[in-house]
Design a protein around this ligand. Structure first.
Ligand SMILES: *[C@@H]1O[C@H](CO)[C@@H](O)[C@H](O)[C@H]1NC(C)=O
Ligand SMILES: *[C@@H]1O[C@H](CO)[C@@H](O)[C@H](O)[C@H]1NC(C)=O
Length: 106
């Protein structure tokens, strides 16, 4: 029988521009292996482009996805990132989460 593992995904904020208000949800979350998770970031200002990174302890941030166009959707394996129509927000969806997905998302 397959053992279900608890996957921990942390979510903290990195970029903070004095002229922009940034909001990221959720800040911390725990998910079951195999579960889906969506993270959001929205801003009062417009982004010229948006990048999602994952960072693990003792490692530098790894670039997951770069979005440059309004409403752009990019998919890599189980990760799907979407840019908002006004380039003010972005979401990251991870499907069928695995222990290797644990980390800090920036
Ligand atoms: C996760 O998302 C995928 C693709 O959208 C879907 O097929 C699957 O049923 C979802 N799993 C759960 C646990 O919600
Ligand atoms: C981000 O989105 C939420 C929900 O749509 C909204 O309540 C909030 O005001 C937004 N924040 C910014 C900075 O745009």
């Amino acid at each position: 029988m397959l053992q279900k593992l608890l996957v921990l995904v942390f979510w903290i904020q990195l970029a903070w521009k004095s002229t922009q208000q940034l909001e990221q949800n959720p800040q911390f979350l725990h998910i079951q292996e195999g579960g889906n998770v969506t993270m959001h970031c929205n801003s009062s200002g417009t982004f010229t482009f948006f990048q999602w990174y994952r960072e693990k302890p003792e490692q530098g941030p790894v670039l997951l996805m770069t979005l440059t166009k309004p409403k752009e959707v990019k998919e890599k394996k189980r990760i799907r990132a979407q840019f908002g129509e006004a380039k003010k927000d972005s979401s990251l969806l991870i499907t069928a989460a695995q222990p290797g997905d644990a980390g800090t998302y920036l």
